[in-house]
Design a protein around this ligand. Structure first.
Ligand SMILES: [Zn+2]
Length: 384
């Protein structure tokens, strides 16, 4: 248990425990449980009250009183959060444009939260190591730069030129690793120890998820507490999905909403790990060629079991789409003024495959557009 002094002098508490066995974990040092290998879960007392929202702060930090104590002072921010919601394609379909974030993807919420806790909880940090398909790497690199820390980003060979350039322009060292996405993670974890750096892998970090829950808070505020019926989002490591569940659960517990929107996680036929685990099936037709959704590459995400359990608990669902579906979705999004990267268009591809049904139902559908099209130009050239 860590005690953090709040601004009013009271001592607030938070702790990280193993999601599987409940063992207490040392923040940022034990990034996975030494007993069972499970991921950490951040536990802190919170009560969401609309009166606690700092309405004069136009970023995710307007919710800082609802975040863990280690995120309530010395905030590291590049202005992330409070992304726009627009109505497009149909009167009942809304898009939350997370690609308007400082580095062009939703990951900035997680990075800002993680680095704020890191500098409040760990002394003498030399630098950090991250592994990523690209967007989280670019984001971690940007926030490392803002924090004045050395940063090494490990990525696979299929990282897009634009994401690789982002990492380098932010001053981080980009290390390209041959092999699977999991091989990339292992290299980052190993070298963090060898080089005396903090491993901040976003797929493992419970601090990253805390930042993501601000998406749920924002949706509630932007929809004036009359939530969408359904939310579609792309899923790989699951930080956005778990953040949404956590954020909406806070609102439900506070009695501010009476239900959690039906969450539909969308994946590709190339990497359908959550789909298969959630449905208890093996996808018959599985693509061999890497998908144009280059950000959705994890075969065995560390929080897979947690995702299945939490998505089932809130009555959610999982869908899969093909590259052809993604291309059609990108084209339709473009024609409505939304320039998403393919990995972000995966969510709308899931909507598009059921468009008639969703339009007929009249339900309010929100699509989370996670990354900007300029991050994957070579894939966008395939859209006609
Ligand atoms: Zn454990």
């Amino acid at each position: 248990m860590i005690a953090v002094d709040s601004c009013c002098g009271a001592s607030l508490r938070e702790e990280v425990v193993c999601y599987f066995c409940g063992r207490l974990l040392q923040p940022f040092v034990e990034w996975r449980c030494p007993s069972c290998g499970g991921p950490g879960e951040l536990v802190h007392e919170t009560e969401f009250k609309p009166s606690k929202i700092k309405k004069n702060i136009h970023s995710m930090w307007r919710y800082r009183e609802m975040l863990p104590p280690s995120m309530r002072s010395s905030i590291l921010t590049l202005g992330e959060g409070l992304t726009p919601v627009c109505q497009t394609i149909s009167p009942n379909i809304f898009m939350k444009l997370e690609y308007t974030a400082p580095t062009g993807s939703f990951k900035d919420r997680g990075s800002a939260a993680l680095f704020t806790s890191l500098r409040n909880l760990v002394k003498d940090v030399k630098g950090v190591c991250e592994d990523s398909s690209g967007n989280a790497g670019a984001s971690i690199a940007a926030y490392s730069a803002a924090a004045g820390l050395v940063c090494r980003v490990y990525c696979g060979e299929n990282i897009t030129v634009e994401k690789a350039l982002q990492v380098r322009v932010y001053g981080a060292e980009l290390v390209v690793v041959k092999g699977s996405r999991e091989d990339v993670s292992e290299a980052a974890q190993r070298e963090a120890v060898e080089r005396g750096l903090v491993y901040v892998g976003h797929a493992w970090s419970p601090y990253f998820i805390e930042g993501m829950k601000t998406v749920a808070y924002e949706i509630a505020e932007q929809f004036r507490w009359d939530l969408p019926d359904r939310i579609y989002l792309p899923v790989s490591a699951g930080t956005l999905l778990l953040g949404l569940v956590k954020g909406f659960s806070d609102l439900l517990e506070a009695g501010l909403i009476d239900r959690i929107p039906a969450l539909t996680a969308v994946q590709t036929t190339y990497r359908p790990s959550l789909y298969e685990a959630f449905k208890g099936v093996k996808l018959g037709k599985r693509d061999e060629k890497p998908s144009i959704a280059d950000a959705l590459t994890l075969e065995n995400p560390p929080r897979l079991r947690q995702m299945v359990e939490e998505l089932k608990a809130v009555g959610g669902d999982v869908d899969v789409v093909s590259d052809e579906d993604i291309r059609k979705a990108l084209k339709q999004l473009g024609l409505s003024g939304v320039y998403a990267e393919p990995s972000a268009a995966v969510a709308y591809a899931g909507v598009r495959n059921r468009l008639d049904e969703l339009l007929y139902s009249g339900e309010k559908v929100l699509v989370i557009v996670t990354g900007f099209g300029c991050k994957a130009t070579q894939h966008m050239q395939l859209v006609e």
